[in-house]
Design a protein around this ligand. Sequence first.
Ligand code: AMP
Ligand code: MG
Length: 416
Amino acid sequence: MSTADAFAVTEDMLLTEDAVTRLVDSVRPVPGVETVPLLEALGRVLAEDVVAERCNPPYDNSAVDGYAVRFADLLPGTTTLLPVGLRISAGMAPDQRLATGSAARIFTGAPLPEGADTVLPQEICRADGAAVELPPMRKAGANLRKAGEDFQVGDVVLAAGRRLRPQEVGLAAAIGRPSLPVRARPRVAVFSTGDEVCDPGTAAPPGSIFDVNRFTVMAMLTLVGCVPIDLGILPDRRDAVTTALARAADGVDAVLTSGGVSTGDEDHIKAAVESLGALDFWRVAIRPGRPLAFGRIGGTPFLGLPGNPVASMVCFMIFARPLLLRLAGRSSWRLPMRRLPAGFDFKKRPGRREWLRGWVEADGTADAVVQRFPREGSGILTSMVAAEGLIDLPEAMAEVAPGDPIGFIPFAELWA
Ligand code: AMP
Ligand code: MG
């Protein structure tokens, strides 16, 4: 088969979007749930909705240091002198009403006494012995935080499937939760394949290369909230591949391999997975990233990423990530996509979706534009290091001209 044929776009090819839908639909979230202390919940996936048993703020309170009054006691258009009858600091629970015709000295976060409806910041008031001089106010309700203005009792304040960031942890703390139920992390077995591939730290014999994919794949697995299980490098031998895959699939939530899925004589993954379960050998209209294999080993989902290091990373981001996020119990696995003007021109073959490596260039004088790494080879590791994201060129597009809006997928947001 010539190179041109290998990358030809044909009618029977699957669109990326459809392939992702099939992948996501083929799995369910892992069943395990554990309850962990708040700080350990950081970065985990919330397993159940969190319903507020307490509203926020829990009571009306002052937003400033100042004086709490009844608005009706203030004279319109002129200064009012009121005796200061109460002193309420944060942490106190006032047990007295604010007497009519008096003010309460109050501090930020302190509960508003019953009867008060307005707070004047101390900067605009003048304390005068046991009384205070208050300027006129335009309306009631100033400088206070009403009970429940943030959320009410019974509100779902955090929805299941959300990845917990510092602010979610803080919100759980605000309603008094010391711990949260989170999903177990999916356990994912990872293999590299190929007789030429050897481990860094070993002597590389002639004709060998060091394993790149196992490390990029395990690193990305960690970032999507999975536990990578390092199962090393598989030789290009069908029996060895079959035995190792069968053993690996037991007790994990997914199996990922890289390489060995082409149709070359030394590519045994396909036959091995077919013999152990089922394999869909997908022809997805993409570049880079073909071929891509998806199947099951017993009941365990299997994804065979391409061998070329750039292609395996791109395919992980586009195809493995949504599958793994679904397994991890996340409620959303959409690609984070921005639309920005291109800073380059490029011709592509219509019919397939292409990803280039690029970055956003903002020099401070002009609007931000997306630049692309000038070389395209799927083995150019430095392209991924130079890049900050993937430029996403849809199937229908034939060329890009400077200024054209194009999709950009920031790497950092893939792991958010
Ligand atoms: P394959 O799909 O097995 O034919 O691999 C395609 C290309 O990717 C070959 O040049 C391989 O040497 C290379 N490759 C495969 N696996 C890895 C790996 N784990 N690390 C780096 N390069 C790899
Ligand atoms: Mg190989």
